[in-house]
Design a protein. Structure first.
Lengths: 276, 867
């Protein structure tokens, strides 16, 4: 690949792919949202609950990395779209240790790729070591600074890659917004309930649509223990706007469910058609 | 099936014998209040005096409570006269009722006061005999007082007893407990009772004297099992079965001549007309309705139809009402200020409610024991007549009530079911024991296994609970949440963490907390108006567009938000969700068999072509019912006989009917607990075959399947008594009910704490909890003890897998023949079942398959629109 000549081409050449509950950009950047490490802790308080959240996050990531390696793809960068951890006010022991473990895990996965890259890649990566993992601040991440520092990862309000702007989604990052053509959000934890005459089942989903002349993607929570925020009744939730995009406007977004078994996505059309 | 240990029956003793042991003061007091000993006193007082364990079963109002206290008071007064009262607890009395004050006042405090008065008059000096009440409501100040000066008689609840057993200081006063009284033991055939059995063994372990046990029960069966439950595995016990001295005046009534040809409105009017007439003819009436929703409905209708009769003099009493409100109603009843109280089930227990002269059972009480218990609330005094009226609401109810009427008159009592080896309760108790002291694990196990409910506990199950509590399932972390430690070398076991006792105190208990969803109008002029509450699990079943009934009105579900569900009002469509499904009482297996027997006898007469009058006469005699009732039953059976076939104790009719869908209707009248197991087993096998979900409707009288392809013959061949357990464990895996029960078990076993560091969890958080649990259920190892317990609870307590095996065995042995019939309309016996609508969907189809199917449909829809 040569250096890209103009913006249009940039847009055309940016590939965005759905992958389990994450997005894969240009086959090299993995985007994860809303992990809420410590959520389990928060809910079960001091009950004797078999902890499984962290183990499952790692298992899920292992399977993503495995699938990619089978395709011969390497991850150069991981962008976390905010809410890496759950608690607002204090970091519990578990949160602290799991968050560090998680960052170490990612770093290891990326480092390996980088080593490989040294041999094969012509397009020498400019990114510094500390830009391999990008942590975007979420509303739950008020006190993430110390952890980020400890592991030397970048903690930012937003991140820009080519013409794409990554934000958590609770606040509009004006500068980044203006200069980009595509926006990628987390924060909403989108999920949809499908039902027929007899039963109903809930699925995590992606949202894809246009907003203020930009392409927008909203990605589901990566946490295995959060099933997500049911979008079916979003019309009735006018008072609670979660995202910077109004609920009403979200109705025109397309709902996409990714089926991991077949590794393909199912587009269910506009959310408007699926609401109650 | 296990055989039940047999216990000797107590003898009726002579009054003179009792008089001879009474302290003069007690004797004088007794005869100043009573003319004679009651039957239960003749049975029981000497037994207590001789320190022989005894279970006293007697109808309400037979002076049971005083029976148990008389010999104890006598003993204590003796000692008090000698001034030899020790500073210890002599007697522990527990009752499941929270409102104990009044009962204890009448049976204990007032007698003592009167005895002291007599002593004073006679200038006899008596040491003070202390009685203290300790419940969840007792103030800390009082509790501290008790530590210094222990009550000689401690009056408490199962939960508070468990708490004092962890108090190092308090149990010092338990070194010489001599008597344990368990009141209302008939209402403890549940996890609360299971819990208490271990507490009693712990108390026994602490006391250097082995205390004698007295169990007080309403009419119940089987008595030998109850005795075993009371005294545990090893001890002996006498059983006193006090015959009912109260006469019964019971009758079955229908509001109309014919329950089927009358239109809904007329039926409704005549029903309430009848209820009103009966209420007006009597001084005070209790109406039992079975469900909370019906309670509200009946009150509203009575007020609407007879506004002049019901103003301040009518009240509701059910478990969803606040404690204060219920106390107020009870108080008003005692004062005679109410004309009528409408209740679901909450007034069944022996709360003192003053004089009642009529009990109305609106709709079947589902078991003869329950019917007798309810009717016994009328005419509370010893030789009164208990007057009860069954008022039937439909034709199945008519048959059921008539048979229950027969059973009551013939005093056939159906058997209760005591859960065994409950692992969640065990977890709570092991935690409590570890707080009390460091145990040798074999000692701990030995104590637990003395309980009737844990006699057959396996070592594997016991150890799996221990390792669960020790945090060994916690996977990642350094056991920071473990509640106990266990050292496999020294075999010792103890509590972990400074907060252990606080956590125990604030999270103890076996009664599940339900979270309720508030139903709110979502649009129109009454927008945001609150209508009522439903159980959270009720909502889990609902899809947008579903119609349900609440408080007698129909609503259409729109959406939920937090703990609120928004609905549309003024709906005319029929309900798609059966009302209050989770709340319904199941028909007892014994009564169900009695109905099947009756069906057989009637069918015989139809086949012999006996004359109509003779058959009607037979019904009247068999069920002890009047001509109108007999006539209505005759018509119902005659229609079924003419149109199709009557299912009975020797044959099971399976009806094939094709409506909008294919229906297969099983006329299996075995009660909901058996039908639930049977239908889910068969349904699961069919579903596996066809790979699609199957619609299922279940009632006490049968069940049906609906779907396109129903390979029932294969399923019937496959399902056997030997494999039903295994099949059901698979079949219930994805059900709402397993999730719900798991949630309860998780709370009991402290997987999730309801209270932590003084903070009670908010409702929203609780809902998050439950959601979280539901998610967890599929990820946890299937051997995880608490999940195992949830499965056991569903199969054994909610369903009745033992009786289901029995029915399957009867089918296998040819005692029950399966006969198929084809109908073009549902037969009369199948009508109610089909009308009630589906109650569950057997989820077979994979979640992803469902998603793909829905996707196909949506794509098709879009394409059609584009054309």
């Amino acid at each position: 690949m040569k250096l890209l000549k103009n913006k249009k081409k940039v847009e055309k050449n940016t590939e965005i792919r759905f992958l389990q509950d994450s997005l894969l950009i240009d086959n090299a950047i993995l985007v994860l949202g809303d992990l809420h490490i410590g959520y389990e802790e928060y809910i079960t308080k001091s009950g004797i609950f078999p902890r499984m959240q962290f183990r499952e996050i790692i298992e899920k990531l292992n399977s993503i990395f495995w699938d990619l390696s089978m395709e011969g793809r390497k991850i150069k960068k991981v962008i976390i779209l905010g809410d890496l951890k759950h608690e607002f006010s204090q970091i519990s022991d578990v949160e602290w240790s799991e968050t560090l473990k998680f960052l170490d895990y990612l770093d290891e996965k990326i480092v390996k790729n980088k080593e490989n890259k040294k041999i094969s890649s012509v397009n020498a990566n400019k990114s510094l070591k500390n830009e391999r993992i990008i942590l975007i601040k979420g509303n739950h991440d008020t006190i993430l600074g110390s952890i980020a520092k400890k592991r030397d990862v970048k903690l930012v309000d937003y991140y820009k890659y080519k013409e794409i702007c990554f934000m958590h989604g609770d606040k509009l990052q004006q500068k980044c917004f203006e200069k980009s053509k595509t926006l990628i959000f987390g924060h909403l934890h989108p999920a949809i309930t499908l039902f027929d005459d007899y039963k109903k089942e809930k699925y995590k989903c992606f949202l894809k649509g246009k907003w203020k002349n930009k392409r927008v993607y909203v990605i589901p929570s990566f946490s295995p223990i959060s099933m997500g925020y049911d979008l079916n009744s979003i019309e009735n939730y006018q008072k609670d706007e979660f995202l910077i995009i109004k609920n009403k406007e979200l109705l025109n977004f397309e709902v996409i469910i990714y089926n991991n078994k077949e590794q393909r996505e199912y587009n269910f059309g506009k959310l408007r058609k699926l609401v109650y | 099936m296990e055989t039940i240990k047999k216990y000797p029956r107590a003898e009726l003793r002579k009054a003179s014998e009792i008089i001879s042991i009474l302290n003069p003061l007690v004797k004088e007091w007794f005869f100043s209040r009573f003319k004679d000993f009651s039957e239960s006193q003749l049975y029981g007082v000497m037994s207590v005096h001789e320190r022989k364990n005894i279970l006293i079963s007697a109808p309400t109002g037979n002076g049971k409570t005083l029976t148990s206290f008389l010999a104890i008071l006598n003993y204590l007064v003796d000692i008090a006269m000698k001034k030899e009262l020790e500073n210890k607890v002599y007697c522990v009395y527990t009752s499941p009722l929270k409102a104990l004050n009044n009962d204890i006042f009448v049976n204990l405090v007032r007698p003592l006061e009167e005895i002291y008065k007599i002593a004073e008059e006679k200038k006899i000096e008596l040491q003070k005999i202390r009685v203290s009440l300790r419940t969840g409501d007792t103030e800390t100040k009082e509790k501290v007082k008790m530590l210094k000066n222990p009550p000689h008689i401690l009056v408490t609840t199962p939960e508070s007893l468990a708490i004092v057993l962890t108090s190092k200081k308090f149990i010092e006063h338990f070194y010489g407990v001599e008597f344990i009284i368990i009141d209302e033991i008939h209402s403890l055939g549940n996890k609360r009772g299971v819990y208490q059995t271990i507490s009693l063994e712990r108390l026994e372990e602490i006391s250097k004297i082995s205390p004698m046990r007295i169990g007080l029960s309403a009419t119940i069966a089987p008595l030998d099992e109850m005795a075993n439950f009371l005294v545990g595995i090893e001890r002996e016990c006498f059983i006193a079965e006090v015959s009912a001295s109260k006469k019964l005046d019971i009758e079955v009534l229908t509001g109309v001549r014919d329950l089927i040809d009358t239109d809904g409105n007329e039926l409704h009017n005549s029903l309430y007309g009848l209820i009103d007439k009966l209420i007006q003819e009597h001084k005070t009436t209790i109406v039992f309705t079975n469900t909370r929703a019906a309670t509200e409905r009946v009150i509203n209708h009575l007020k609407d139809m007879f506004p002049e009769n019901y103003i301040e003099n009518i009240g509701a009493h059910h478990s969803a009402l606040s404690k204060e409100y219920r106390f107020e109603i009870e108080e008003k009843l005692r004062k005679g200020e109410l004309k009528v109280v409408v209740t679901s089930t909450s007034l069944e227990l022996g709360i003192d409610i003053g004089y009642i002269d009529l009990v109305i059972l609106l709709g079947s009480p589902k078991s003869s024991a329950r019917a007798l218990q309810r009717i016994g609330r009328a005419g509370h005094k010893l030789h009164d007549t208990s007057k009860g009226r069954f008022i039937v609401v439909d034709r199945d109810d008519l048959v059921e009530c008539s048979i229950l009427n027969k059973e009551c008159k013939e005093r056939k009592i159906d058997k209760i079911n005591i859960p065994k080896n409950c692992l969640d309760v065990l977890a709570q108790q092991i935690f409590g024991m570890a707080i009390q002291k460091v145990w040798d694990i074999n000692e701990m196990k030995r104590v637990i296994k003395k309980s009737y409910c844990y006699g057959s506990l396996t070592n594997d199950d016991f150890m799996s609970v221990v390792s669960y509590l020790a945090g060994e399932y916690a996977l990642e972390h350094r056991n920071i949440y473990a509640k106990i430690w266990y050292d496999s070398k020294t075999k010792q076991i103890g509590k972990r963490g400074k907060l252990a006792r606080v956590i125990y105190l604030t999270n103890i208990g076996t009664i599940p907390e339900e979270s309720f969803i508030t139903i709110v109008i979502g649009q129109g002029e009454r927008k945001d108006h609150k209508i009522g509450v439903v159980d959270e699990s009720f909502l889990e079943k609902m899809k947008p567009g579903d119609v349900f009934v609440l408080g007698g009105k129909k609503y259409q579900f729109m959406y939920t938000k937090g703990m609120k569900a928004y609905v549309k009002a003024g709906i005319k469509r029929n309900p798609t969700i059966p009302s209050w499904f989770s709340e319904m009482l199941p028909l007892s297996f014994d009564s169900a068999l009695e109905i099947n027997r009756f069906r057989y006898l009637l069918n015989e007469r139809f086949e012999r072509k006996e004359p109509l009058e003779k058959i009607k006469e037979f019904i009247q005699e068999h069920c002890y019912v009047n001509a109108a009732v007999s006539n209505a039953i005759y018509n119902y059976f005659n229609e079924q006989y003419k149109y199709s076939k009557i299912s009975h104790e020797k044959r099971l009719i399976v009806e094939y009917y094709k409506g909008e869908k294919n229906y297969i209707i099983f006329h299996s009248l075995y009660g909901r607990r058996v039908n639930d197991a049977l239908s889910r087993g068969l349904g699961y096998l069919m579903g596996q075959k066809v790979g699609r979900d199957i619609e299922l409707g279940i009632s006490d009288n049968g069940f049906y399947f609906a779907g396109e392809n129903l390979p029932i013959d294969e399923a019937l061949k496959l399902l056997k008594p030997e494999n039903i357990n295994e099949i059901l464990e698979e079949a219930i895996l994805k059900t709402e009910i397993l999730k719900r029960r798991f949630r309860h078990c998780a709370a009991r076993s402290l997987m999730i704490l309801r209270n932590y560091k003084g903070r009670s969890k908010s409702v929203g958080k609780q809902q998050m909890n439950s959601f979280f649990l539901l998610n967890a259920i599929n990820k946890i190892s299937r051997d995880f003890p608490i999940l195992k317990e949830a499965r056991r609870e569903v199969l054994e307590d909610l369903m009745d897998i033992e009786k289901t095996k029995l029915v399957l065995k009867w089918i296998e042995d040819g005692k029950i023949r399966i006969e198929k019939v084809q109908t073009s309309l549902p037969s009369p016996f199948a009508m109610n079942l089909v009308l009630q609508g589906y109650s569950d969907l057997l989820k077979i189809e994979d979640k992803i398959e469902f998603m793909k199917r829905m996707h196909k449909e949506i794509v098709k829809e879009i394409k059609e629109k584009e054309k």
